[in-house]
Each structure stands twice: as structure tokens, then as C-alpha cells.
Write a protein that binds this ligand. Structure first.
Ligand SMILES: [Zn+2]
Length: 176
């Protein structure tokens, strides 16, 4: 007898594809396969798609920006560190370094640990950052179908936002 058409997987099987990933005080339920498949559809990171000097400077720094624990975390959740959704140059700090904000996403949920999106009294929200070292802070923000993301079709998403400072290393006019 020929095989029957495959039935849709039961919900429990779908959830079993999710893995738990721990990072510092956070625990996430992660859909690594889905995250990897979405990053595969992305040709380049946001900084590579921009021609401004600030983004070029970020691309140079990017290779050495993330330490081993962070690289392992990216690997465990399926994020490609060269494919940030967005890079934003904020300003030049008094110490001469340049402050940037960068965004990544992965498919998953926050199981335990602080939601870094803080609702303020006036109905707006702000972001609370965790300092990883003197040049790098991170925030994790759970969301649903985030508009500003490669993951705008995914129901459960965790956004990663870094604030980081890097030197100006490229041979182009340094912003003040
Ligand atoms: Zn740019």
C-alpha cells in the first residue's frame, strides 16, 4: 500500500523543535532552524547595504566586536553576526569612541530573565541595557511580528539590541 499523505505534525512535535538557550541571567525558548532559515534569505547586513562612512566603520569593527560567549550565543540561537538588521551611529563620545546601536532578531520567546523593554508612566517605553563590558551593552526585547526586522512574519521574536562603542578606523572624515 502506498504511503499516505503525511499528516501535519502535532503541536507537541513542533514545540519539540524549540530548544532552550541560556545566556547570562536569561533563558530563551529558541527556534534555531527557523532563525537560520531566515538569515539564509538575507544577503547582507544592514551596514553592508549602506554607503555612509559610519556604516563602513562599523563593518570594519564588526569582526572583533563580539566575544566568545556572545558568538556562542549567536550560534546557539541561529543569528549571523554579520547580518544585523540595522546599525545606527548615535554620536562621538567624550572619550573619542563612537557610540552605535545595532539590532538583531531570532525566533523564540523569553522564558526567564528580565524583559528589557520598560513601560514608562506616560505610556511610552524605554530600553534597559545590561553592561557586558565597558564598550558593549545588551538588551533583549520580546515582540510579535516586529515591523523593523527580517522577522516581521514571525509570531514570537526576541530582538537583541546592542549599544557599543568603537574607534574610528577608516580613512574617511570622522564625524564629530
Ligand atoms: Zn549608513
Amino acid at each position: 500500500m502506498p504511503p499516505q499523505h503525511a499528516k501535519p505534525w502535532p503541536l507537541v512535535a513542533i514545540f519539540s523543535l524549540m530548544t532552550q538557550v541560556r545566556f547570562l541571567d536569561w533563558i530563551f525558548l529558541v527556534d534555531k532552524k527557523l532563525t537560520q532559515s531566515i538569515y539564509l534569505t538575507v544577503a547582507k547586513g544592514g551596514a553592508d547595504n549602506c554607503n555612509c562612512s559610519m556604516c563602513k566603520n562599523y563593518v570594519v569593527a564588526r569582526q572583533n566586536l563580539f566575544d566568545l560567549p556572545l558568538r556562542n550565543f549567536f550560534k546557539n540561537v541561529g543569528v549571523e553576526m554579520n547580518k544585523e538588521y540595522e546599525v545606527c551611529h548615535m554620536n562621538k563620545e567624550t572619550n573619542g569612541l563612537h557610540l552605535y546601536s545595532t539590532w538583531f532578531d531570532f525566533a523564540g520567546q523569553l522564558l526567564d530573565g528580565r524583559n528589557c523593554k520598560i513601560q514608562t508612566k506616560d505610556g511610552k517605553s524605554s530600553i534597559e541595557y545590561f553592561d557586558m563590558n565597558s564598550n558593549l551593552s545588551v538588551a533583549f526585547l520580546p515582540s510579535t511580528k516586529p515591523a523593523d526586522s527580517f522577522f516581521d512574519n514571525v509570531e514570537e521574536v526576541v530582538s537583541i539590541n546592542f549599544l557599543l562603542t568603537i574607534p574610528w578606523t577608516i580613512n574617511e572624515k570622522e564625524p564629530v
